[in-house]
Design a protein around this ligand. Structure first.
Ligand SMILES: Cc1cc2nc3c(=O)[nH]c(=O)nc-3n(C[C@H](O)[C@H](O)[C@H](O)COP(=O)(O)OP(=O)(O)OC[C@H]3O[C@@H](n4cnc5c(N)ncnc54)[C@H](O)[C@@H]3O)c2cc1C
Length: 416
């Protein structure tokens, strides 16, 4: 069913009784050509592009919970393509371009809002680093503007510009960055895949992977054994566990990242802003709540709940940036499990087992990558070769020493 003003009108005439479910709820078939493990953003986007761009059929997405129960429904919804390294920049810019046309493409309102992402700087060396990043972005055709303090103050008058420790000196702005309603992304990709014949099977946990003579044969699931010719792993925070089922050891640690929402407020932050002197970033949702977060909890975990010291750490940095925050009530917080790679960059690659493909290591930044990740992973699975913007995301780069240290940090295991 195509969504349009006309379909709203005609359904209104019949009392809105004829809307179809956005996707089917099929039972698993005994065999598929391609199975994707993980019905998060990346798994669903992969299935969507496999069916739409590569016109492949007989595909299933297996999700152990419900769609949106993982990080796709837990993140702080920020999208941007302000990356510096040649291995990253074209990939994230591809993602940004896909975001820009996504709603028309999958005929679903994902509330893509290019409200701007501003990274604040507080020192001269930080300004130089941001200028360098902005220049690298512009060389690659990505928009970037270095703002001085007055320009930032004009946008956000209530920040603390004269803080004795962390005075705000300016910021690097990407106007095309912004936010997207995260669960609508999962729903849009699910609906688009389902329309093209992909079976999305919820409450179907992959328990083990069967291989024969170095080749994948199928998966044992909570709903029985399913044969497949190709298997794509897109299990995000559980990537190491799922890959281990095929005897593959990943250079990934799983950590908790928390997010927070305040009570609803009148509009006062109309973009996304990151504090450059501590772990804090913030945007304001359409309902008025401030949506903010900080850094990882700092130890390996599969528990989706955070700890109070990190709450204090994040709020402390927030109050240093916006003193008025101290008067706002925190409404709720939650955690998600991050698949932290050792250099902070992702992996989209084949594995040592024939027919098993890996999409992992998205760290705290995988939401913005969802469209490009799905597109490039689908390309790899369909053609058995990497899409040209994703050639740096090899699994063996850790062995070869070709790290992609965009931020100079991944899981930082040396610190824990
Ligand atoms: C608090 C928080 C804030 C974040 N903020 C941002 C942000 O602002 N911008 C940004 O770009 N990124 C952000 N991220 C990161 C981003 O959300 C993730 O990198 C991204 O969502 C991961 O990909 P996914 O959507 O496919 O993951 P998920 O939605 O977690 O999908 C993986 C799925 O695999 C399923 N699965 C696991 N094991 C199995 C199994 N054995 N069998 C079947 N299914 C299985 C899980 O149930 C899950 O649904 C944030 C993350 C968190 C937690």
């Amino acid at each position: 069913m195509k969504y349009s003003a006309f379909s709203i009108f005609t359904n209104a005439l019949s009392g809105h009784k004829n809307w179809q479910p956005a996707w089917r709820n099929p039972d698993p078939k005994p065999a598929y050509d391609i199975i994707i493990v993980g019905g998060g953003g990346h798994g669903l986007a992969t299935a969507y592009y496999l069916a739409k761009e590569f016109e492949l059929k007989n595909i299933a997405v297996l999700e152990k919970g419900w769609l949106g129960s993982g990080n796709i429904g837990r993140n702080t919804t920020i999208i941007r393509s302000n990356y510096m390294l040649p291995g990253n920049n074209p990939f994230y810019e591809l993602s940004m371009k896909l975001w820009e046309g996504l709603e028309q493409d999958f005929n679903f309102n994902a509330m893509v809002s290019q409200r701007g992402v501003l990274n604040l700087y507080h020192t001269d060396p930080q300004r130089d680093a941001f200028a360098r990043r902005g220049n690298a972005m512009r060389i690659d055709g990505v928009d970037a503007e270095l703002l001085d303090r007055d320009a930032v103050r004009e946008m956000y008058p209530h920040f603390d510009y004269d803080n004795a420790r962390f005075p705000i000196r300016g910021g690097l702005l990407q106007r095309r960055g912004g936010t997207v309603r995260h669960d609508a992304v999962a729903w849009g990709y699910a609906r688009g895949s389902d329309m093209r014949g992909v079976d999305i099977i919820q409450n179907c946990e992959v328990k083990s992977i069967r291989t024969e003579q170095g080749r994948v044969v199928g998966v044992e699931t909570s709903r029985g054994f399913i044969v497949c010719k190709k298997l794509g792993l897109a299990a995000a925070g559980h990537s190491s566990e799922v890959a281990a089922m095929a005897g593959i050891k990943l250079p990934i640690e799983s950590h908790v990242l928390q997010a927070f929402v305040s009570e609803g407020l009148k509009p006062f932050i109309d973009g996304v802003v990151t504090f450059g002197a501590g772990h804090f970033y913030v945007s304001q949702s359409d309902k008025g709540g401030l949506v903010f977060g900080g850094d990882l909890d700092g130890y390996n975990s599969y528990a989706r709940r955070g700890n109070l010291p990190m709450v204090e750490h994040v709020v402390e940095a927030g109050v240093a940036m916006i003193p008025a925050l101290s008067r706002i009530r925190l409404l709720r917080s939650w955690g998600g499990i991050m698949d932290m790679s050792m250099d902070g960059s992702p992996i989209i690659d084949k594995t040592s087992v024939h027919g098993i493909y890996l999409n992992a290591g998205w760290c705290y930044g995988g939401f913005k990558a969802t469209p490009a990740s799905g597109f490039c992973f689908a390309h790899l699975i369909a053609k058995d070769e990497p899409q040209h913007t994703a050639t740096a995301y090899r699994l063996d780069r850790f062995r070869r020493g070709y790290m992609l240290d965009e931020k100079g940090q991944g899981a930082t295991p040396n610190l824990h």
